[in-house]
Design a protein around this ligand. Structure first.
Ligand code: KG4
Ligand code: ZN
Length: 357
C-alpha cells in the first residue's frame, strides 16, 4: 500500500509517498520567502505558488524514489481547514490523479493529520489528550481513535503561532518568527515577570491570547531597543533586550498552554474519560519551552508525551499521506470525486464512504 499525500492548505506546497509508517519519498516547496516580503501569507499569491510548484514537485517526488505512479494505491489531500484557493489547487490536482490513475481519493482533515503523524515515529496510545498548536489553531482534543476527535478547548481569538509571528513582526523579525523567538529565548537563563499568563483564572478550557499580544505591543513601544530594522537573524540573536522579551514571552505562552491542558486532563479524569498518552502537534510543537513544560506535566502524571520530530511538526505532506494510508488500508474509507474544500472556520464532516469488500 502506497499513499500519495498532497498538502496545499497554506504556504507550503508538499507531496509525499508513504507506506504504513515508512516514508518513501517527499518533496516540499516553502513559500515563506515570498510571503516574508509582505510580513504574512497573501492568499492569492499562495494559490498561484501552489499551482506553479506542483508540476516540479511531482517530478522530484518520483526521481527521489524507486516507486512509480503504478505503485500508488490511494491519493490523500488536505481538504481543510486552510485558505480556500490554496486548498482548491491541491484538491484539483488530487482529483486529476484520481481519475487518471483510477485510485481511491481521500480528503484529509489537516488538523487531525498534524496529530496522527505522531504515530509514525512513536505509537499513540488511545484514548489520548492532544494539543495542536499552529499558526492558525490552538486546539485541545480528546482522541479515542484515528477518526474520533472531540474538541475540548480552542482559542477564542489569536492562535498561538499567530502571537509568535505578530510579536516577532513588531520587533522587525522576518516572517514567520516563532523559530527565531525560540532561539533568542534560549540565550536567557534569568526570566523576568514581564507578562502575566492571559485568561487562566477561570474554569474554561479555551484560550485567549489577544491580551498578551497587546501587552507585548505596549512593552515594545516602551522598550524600542527590542526593535531591529536589519532583519538579520544574528542581530536579534545577539541583542539582550530581544533575548529577554523572547524568553519572557515563550515562558508565558508555554505556561498558559500548559495550564489549560492540565485543566482538560482533570476534566477527562472527572468525566471517566481515560487518557493513555499526551500528544503535542503543529508548528509550535517544536518550541523548546513548550516541550519542556509539557514534559514536566507528563512526568508528574506519568502519562507519556509524544511529539513529532521538527520537520513533521510544521506543514508537510507526510502527515497527509500517513493519515490517508491509515484510513484507507485499515478502515477502508474513501471519498468520491465530489470532495469539497473546507476553508478555515467551517466544520469538516467525517463523511468518508466505507469500501465494500
Ligand atoms: O503548523 P504550521 O507549520 O502551519 C499551520 O498550519 O499554521 O505552523 C506554523 C507556525 C508559525 O506561526 C511559526 O511561527 C510557528 O509555527 N513555529 C514556532 C516554532 N517553529 C514554528 N513557534 C514557536 N517556536 C518554534 N520553534
Ligand atoms: Zn498546519
Amino acid at each position: 500500500m502506497v499513499c500519495l499525500g498532497i498538502e496545499t492548505s497554506c504556504d507550503e506546497t508538499a507531496l509525499a509517498l508513504v507506506s504504513g509508517k515508512k516514508i518513501l519519498s517527499q518533496s516540499l516547496y516553502s513559500q515563506v520567502a515570498t510571503h516574508g516580503l509582505f510580513g504574512g501569507v497573501v492568499p492569492e499569491i499562495a494559490s498561484r505558488e501552489h499551482y506553479t510548484a506542483l508540476e516540479t514537485l511531482i517530478e522530484e517526488l518520483f526521481t527521489a524514489s524507486s516507486a512509480c505512479f503504478d505503485d500508488i494505491t490511494s491519493i490523500a489531500v488536505s481538504r481543510g481547514p486552510g485558505l480556500l484557493g490554496s486548498l482548491l489547487v491541491g484538491i484539483a490536482f488530487a482529483k486529476a490523479l484520481h481519475f487518471s490513475l483510477d485510485k481511491p481519493l481521500l480528503g484529509i482533515n489537516h488538523l487531525h493529520a498534524h496529530i496522527l503523524v505522531n504515530n509514525i515515529e512513536n505509537t499513540i496510545l488511545y484514548p489520548a489528550l492532544a494539543i495542536l498548536v499552529s499558526g492558525g489553531h490552538t486546539h485541545i482534543y480528546y482522541v479515542t481513535s484515528p477518526l474520533q476527535f472531540t474538541l475540548l478547548g480552542y482559542t477564542l481569538d489569536d492562535a498561538v503561532g499567530e502571537v509568535y509571528d505578530k510579536v516577532g513582526k513588531m520587533m522587525g523579525m522576518p516572517y514567520p518568527s516563532g523559530k527565531l523567538i525560540d532561539l533568542c529565548s534560549q540565550k536567557i537563563t534569568a526570566r523576568h515577570n514581564t507578562f502575566t499568563a492571559p485568561y487562566i483564572h477561570n474554569s474554561s478550557l479555551n484560550y485567549s491570547f489577544s491580551g498578551l499580544k497587546t501587552s507585548a505591543m505596549h512593552y515594545i513601544q516602551k522598550n524600542p531597543d527590542c526593535c531591529i530594522s536589519s532583519k538579520k537573524e544574528e542581530d536579534f540573536l545577539n541583542n539582550q533586550h530581544v533575548q529577554q522579551l523572547c524568553a519572557d514571552l515563550a515562558y508565558t505562552i508555554s505556561h498558559t498552554l500548559a495550564n489549560k491542558f492540565v485543566l482538560a486532563y482533570k476534566h477527562c479524569k472527572e468525566n471517566a474519560m481515560p487518557v493513555h498518552s499526551f500528544l503535542l502537534a503543529g508548528g509550535v510543537a517544536s518550541n523548546t519551552s513548550l516541550r519542556s513544560v509539557l514534559h514536566n506535566i507528563s512526568m508528574q502524571y506519568t502519562i507519556p508525551l509524544l511529539y513529532p520530530s521538527m520537520p513533521l511538526c510544521t506543514d508537510n505532506a507526510i502527515m497527509v499521506a500517513y493519515t490517508g494510508d491509515l484510513l484507507h488500508s485499515q478502515y477502508g474509507y474513501y471519498h468520491t470525486a465530489t470532495l469539497s474544500a473546507i476553508p478555515r472556520g467551517q466544520h469538516i464532516p467525517n463523511d468518508y464512504i466505507l469500501q465494500r469488500v
